[in-house]
Design a binder for this molecule. Structure first.
Ligand code: ADP
Ligand code: MG
Ligand code: MG
Length: 252
């Protein structure tokens, strides 16, 4: 599904990713861990085509295509999705309207017909029930005044409604209490399928108690420094990353 070879990325002239390799097959869940500032969000943003990241080298193939040659809309239409570390508020656009136009725009690019409005509403509400979300959130501005947990659930709701093939979740578990974490995990597990893949960027092992990954990778010094199974996350929880990144402390 995704093959990254020797990816080098600069942000504002600073080298962040330095020859990163990663292979992801359909059906797999990969966790990316690593110190603050190691480039996890940079990787996520580069994959979805966020501006401001300069790709200096390497190759990214996504379902047989040269991903880096596609623009943001083409990548979304090709089934790529990013749940942001810091979800944006869109005051004045209701959540339901946003979901509907995002999905219809994807369908249009895929030459599929518009959705039936009632069918759409039923689907969205069923998804919200899976995560015990309050339906009132549909009729408020996107993320406007949402709590931290509601914003993160809303990102997962978008993922469940848009049904991407490869979803990247950037610290979707950060700042959640245990009940919110379980609801998010239920949404993520509902998304898992043989023909889909997930990249979970996280600082914490605790999400992995609820969503079991196939692989755990550590991003360090601009590359995947170590890879293993779920036990690697447990080990990191005990021993840390082994070295501090200068100027970065704590979690964000
Ligand atoms: P992580 O998600 O692993 O904490 P990031 O990818 O957010 O790390 O950041 C990697 C490095 O790139 C950090 O040193 C950060 O300060 C820098 N960086 C990220 N985005 C920007 C930006 N827009 N402008 C300047 N520096 C940035
Ligand atoms: Mg960070
Ligand atoms: Mg980050």
């Amino acid at each position: 599904m995704l093959s990254i070879r020797g990816l080098c990325v600069e942000v504002e002239g600073k080298s962040i990713l330095r020859g990163l390799d990663l292979e992801i097959d359909a059906g797999e869940v990969h966790t990316i861990m690593g110190p603050n500032g190691s480039g996890k969000s940079t990787l996520a943003h580069v994959l979805v085509g966020h501006p401001g990241y300069d790709v200096k080298g390497g190759e990214v193939r996504y379902r047989g295509r040269d991903l880096l040659a596609l623009d943001v809309e083409q990548r979304a239409a090709a089934g790529l999705f990013l749940a942001f570390q810091y979800p944006v508020e869109i005051p004045g656009v209701s959540n339901i309207q946003f979901l509907k136009s995002a999905l219809n725009s994807l369908r249009k690019q895929r030459a599929e017909s518009e959705l039936d409005a009632l069918e759409f509403l039923d689907t969205v509400k069923a998804r919200m029930q899976q995560m015990q979300m309050d339906e009132a959130l549909l009729y408020r501005g996107v993320n406007e005044g949402f709590s931290g947990g509601e914003k993160k659930s809303n990102e997962i709701l978008q993922m469940l409604v848009l049904e991407p093939q490869l979803a990247i979740l950037d610290e979707t578990d950060s700042g959640l209490d245990i009940d919110a974490l379980k609801r998010i995990a239920a949404g993520i597990n509902a998304f898992r399928r043989e023909d889909r893949a997930l990249i979970l960027v996280t600082h914490y092992q605790r999400l992995l108690d609820h969503v079991r990954p196939d692989f755990v990778h550590v991003l360090q010094d601009g590359r995947i420094g170590r890879s293993g199974g779920p036990e690697l996350a447990l080990e990191l929880e005990q021993s840390g990353y082994g070295r501090a990144v200068p100027g970065e402390t704590g979690h964000d």
